[in-house]
Write a protein that binds this ligand. Sequence first.
Ligand code: GCB
Length: 614
Amino acid sequence: MMKFKKSLVFILLTAVSPIWAMGQSSLITNVVNRNTYSLNGKWKYIVDPYETGYYDYRYQPYDAASKPWGGFFLDKVPQDKNDLVEYSFDKSPVINVPGDWNSQNTKLWYYEGSVWYRRKFDYKKSSDANRVFVHFGAANYQADVYLNGYKLGQHIGGFTPFNYEVTSLLKDKDNSLIVKVDNKRKRDGVPTLNTDWWNFGGITRDVELIEVPSTFIQDYTIQLQQHNMNNISGFVQLNGDSLQHPVTINIPELKISTTVKPDAGGRADFSISKFRHMSYWSPENPKLYDVVISQGNEQLQDQIGFRTIEARKTEILLNGKPIFLRGISLHEENPMRGARAYSEEDARTFLTWAKQLNCNFMRLAHYPHNEHMIRMAEKMGIMLWEEDPVYWTIEWDNPDTYKNAENQLTELITRDKNRANVIIWSLANETPPGAARNKFLKGLADHARSMDSTRLISAALEKHTKKGEPLVQVVEDPVADFVDVVSFNEYLGWYDGTPEKCKKVSWEIKYDKPVVISEFGGGALYGKHGDKNTRWTEEYQAELYKQNLDMLLKIPQFRGTTPWILADFHSPRRLLPDIQDEWNRKGLISETGGKKKAFFVLRDFYKRLEKAYQ
Ligand code: GCB
């Protein structure tokens, strides 16, 4: 049957078009626990600023032609001394995957355009009947993916995973996997042209082959039900020919073993309310249970924590108990490498710093970060805020922009919905109120809730001053009506007056909801000292933190904060010589790993709050 299908596909391929755009397969989750073969390592690369390898001289994509006569995806080599081939992967240099290209080649530091990547590999399946997918953790921003001369598909969005089935194209020897990655910023993109971070390009996360049985467990949710600490519910989704295989969920430590039969579409919903006394996940007790999901001959493991998270009036309740989010914001950049973070080691660095700060929470700004970070934070007891890259002023009226933003949110939630430490899905950052924007964000909120009813929704909003009363700070935004946690950024003492101003203002926040201050901060060059009134000194930044924290404590609904930001990070908007030199200096830690004075102000504040909430 499989054999027949395979040859039929190839007949169709050659009859209709040699380009088989199979399109993206549904996302396979829990990749770390599957049978994978890593394609990380050295890849050949060709920098292609004019996209010569993509468009012909009439500016038509080669891969759209019925008989492509060119295009780098064909990975041609001259057949004889006469043959004209004007590129060569074999003779091109190599680059590390995962990794951004900007930090690997000084010529590419400012590059925004297309780069072609090629990886050759052999692969023998462990069983003929098995299926194989190629999975990318992320590629920024747009990826066109080809295997052995065929197009697998195109993915848009720089920070979320995607995969394609390659079963019928894969050979035992000498496969050529080619990816064109394009990081050009786009007005209609998500994010758009204007951001305050470095637009690192490339295949920035792990690449692997995933081998699965012909029918396999593609995805699942296994979580405590909202508002119910005594019920584990969710679904398991199968993919393949035998969608009716019974599915078993085992959690040995809880004495759970439940078997369910999927519906015709391969989805098995379940609800389990009888189990042994459970140890709930929390920052103080980051307990993860071994879970085994099985069907047919397949067994898939995961390590899952169980907890509830709710917003009730102005409280955030973890397992029914009020908590304060002692947080810090983070970009996915390792300042000491000046490069996109991608590894377990990077994650350990960030999380160790956060622990030293006495944090129990981090805001992963302004886009989805890599899965190593999420999983390690879960083990180390750090709760997370994860964010869709809807930043500043994107095209609110453009339906394709909306679809793009929604798709990135879908991919994020799909990937992380079983992680106990993820407690907030953030829709956006600092977006200007208006009918089209309100509708856009309402759409995203409804979508997130339809996919996951067990977490809180928020968005980093803004504050303004009351008309005629410049010292009255007001948070009022139609989006605050439909989120669970009211969050906003404020820059008192930096963009808005000097730190002294904090003492003079009052706050009007009418919402009966928890308030989390998603950003405040100011710049300081590590090692630059002066009095507390001198900008860019560590003393100024420390004073700014003191004044802001004192002020925020007076907001009755204040339930957490994620100051801006753990570490200095690169930004093309930060050009002041000798101070910024392309770094946003609002970090508490410098690119040498040095801790600025404000680090210790926040650390001590969090120590006090930790005690107060015990
Ligand atoms: C903000 C943005 C953040 C910037 C920061 C700054 O409000 O949300 O992305 O980097 O301010 O440093 O100005």
